[in-house]
Design a binder for this molecule. Structure first.
Ligand SMILES: [Fe+2]
Ligand SMILES: [Fe+2]
Length: 164
């Protein structure tokens, strides 16, 4: 393996994490009334996203859409079938209730993600009518085409789902 590819992969992880961490910090800053700091965190988060993207381009990680969908399917499958079940057991062993719930929600949603990516891969060459996806702001449950009445994972009203 090339040292530079290792470096790029490490930089992609670091920048991607920084992007997500700063967005979370921005959310907290906004809740605390620090609107300028929230702006700062969002701006730098965007810059980190750009760094991560540039590193991915340089490393050749981004393939064509068929390959990218396959990568996404494999990743979601790994998460819901191996990673989260093991993490849920760890959370139970330490009686960490917040972690257990967070892992459970993610595990259930990754099952859906695998399904909808598979559906997309299967229909890639077909003429389909455009439709939207709806995302639960609390647990991330993702629903194609329609807004569910209630989130089947965390139970909040479908009216709160975000539309993409
Ligand atoms: Fe997912
Ligand atoms: Fe939810």
């Amino acid at each position: 393996m090339s040292k530079v590819i290792d470096d790029l992969n490490e930089a992609i992880s670091g920048e991607s994490q920084a992007n997500q961490h700063y967005l979370a910090f921005a959310r907290k800053a906004a809740e605390e009334g620090y609107t300028q700091i929230a702006k700062l965190f969002r701006a730098v988060a965007k810059a980190e996203e750009i760094h991560s993207y540039n590193h991915m381009v340089a490393s050749g990680y981004i393939k064509d859409t068929v390959e990218n969908l396959k990568t996404a399917i494999a990743g979601e499958n790994y998460e819901h079938s191996e990673m989260y079940p093991a993490f849920i057991e760890d959370a139970k062993a330490e009686d960490h209730k917040k972690a257990k719930l967070s892992f459970r929600w993610a595990q259930k949603v990754e099952v859906v993600h695998e399904e909808i990516y598979k559906e997309a891969l299967a229909s890639l060459d077909k003429e389909i009518k455009a439709f939207d996806y709806y995302v639960c702001p609390k647990c991330g449950h993702t629903h194609p085409r329609t807004r569910p009445e209630r989130c089947p994972v965390c139970g909040i009203s479908g009216a709160e789902y975000m539309q993409y």
